[in-house]
Design a protein around this ligand. Structure first.
Ligand code: SF4
Length: 353
């Protein structure tokens, strides 16, 4: 178990060996309507060679967390508190020039839509070669050769010729491969993949996921894989962190979380997933309600307005007291461990099949 997660206010044991340590991270934005608390007390560790899957609905804070790690937030409108330590280097207070050196070199990101990340005005080869030249000081010729090599690695046929193409001459799947090549060209230690296959059809999606797994083995990078799809996480991640309304509500190894999920929100996510072996005419079971506004989040457990299990908790605790995530395998929920187990075995699992 390499990922340690706790909610705000609870101490997290320091892990000297962690490659990436996020500690009590708070990220908020000033808007015309008030302050949005996009991330509210998030902590986790990640080691090299491991993949952490972060899952949650839109607005859960998963993408904001990762953009903050990369320093891609607008400091004019964003307040960041807490610590982000990359090999011991504090990123929340790093200068832009330091972050620029890190981005593309030590840390790289694969975005959901390659068209927003690739410029239409330059050839694919040039866009892969440039970060390599910038970070390694390689000559133009050597960088071009590296770009061709990377295009070959990510499975682009005839990479020598295709390197001179523009992004619009590539298919969607090929553009996504080119973006992976661009992200990996400097052999980053941390790769952040934000919904990298959402826009692709299932066959290409499977190919891209296989490619990422192969490349991780080759490059030994740590990967943060962001998705709303637990099926993809099951295939990709060593550990899972489930986020809701700016905080982590459950974490554990992938096997633990998928075999015996403990949080009502995770149960809801699993229950709302389409299954091949279920009655296809039966309606899906979405989680009732909508994610809360982060301008004015609910009191106590942020999931309580949508949770159908709060009447099993003594008193009014779900409404008044924010549950914390313990340092071992755990979920941020006031239900007792025994209740969680019994509810999952007797009420949730039979529905999941
Ligand atoms: Fe539901 Fe209460 Fe647990 Fe929150 S703390 S998930 S409201 S039972």
């Amino acid at each position: 178990m390499t990922t340690v997660t706790k909610e705000a206010g609870a101490p997290v044991p320091a892990d000297a060996g962690a490659f990436l340590s996020v500690r009590d991270l708070h990220v908020s934005f000033k808007t015309e309507d008030g302050v949005v608390k996009a991330v509210d007390g998030l902590s986790f560790d990640l080691e090299r060679g491991r993949t952490l899957g972060i899952v949650g609905e839109s607005g859960s804070g998963k993408s904001v967390t990762n953009l903050t790690i990369l320093g891609l937030h607008n400091p004019q409108f964003t307040t960041v508190e807490g610590e982000i330590l990359l090999e011991g280097q504090e990123l929340t207070t790093a200068r832009e020039s330091q972050l620029e050196r890190l981005r593309g070199n030590k840390v790289a990101m694969i975005f959901q839509d390659p068209l927003t990340a690739l410029s239409p005005y330059y050839t694919v080869g040039r866009q892969i070669a440039e970060p390599f030249m910038k970070h390694t000081g390689a000559s133009k010729k050597a960088a071009w050769a590296r770009a061709v090599e990377m295009l070959g690695k990510v499975g682009i046929p005839n990479p020598k010729e295709r390197a001179s193409d523009y992004p619009h001459q590539f298919s969607g799947g090929m553009r996504q491969r080119a973006m992976i090549a661009m992200a990996l060209v400097c052999d980053p230690d941390l790769l952040i993949a934000d919904e990298p296959t959402t826009a692709l059809d299932v066959t290409v999606q499977a190919q891209i996921l296989d490619l990422l797994k192969d490349l991780q083995q080759e490059f030994g990078s740590a990967i943060i894989f962001i998705t709303h799809d637990l099926g993809v996480i099951a295939d990709m991640a060593d550990d899972i962190m489930v986020m809701y309304a700016g905080g982590a509500v459950e974490r554990g190894t992938t096997a633990e979380v998928l075999r015996s999920p403990q949080h009502p929100y995770t149960w809801g996510l699993l229950n709302s997933m389409p299954r091949l072996d279920s009655d296809l005419s039966a309606p899906l079971a979405p989680i009732p309600g909508t994610p809360p506004s982060l301008l004015n989040p609910p009191s106590g457990c942020r999931f309580h307005p949508r949770c159908t299990f709060q009447d099993r908790v003594d008193g009014n605790r779900c409404v008044t007291e924010r549950p914390l995530l313990a340092p071992d395998r755990a979920s941020a929920c006031h239900l007792t461990a025994e209740q969680k187990h019994t509810i999952f075995v007797e009420e949730i699992r039979p529905r999941l099949g």
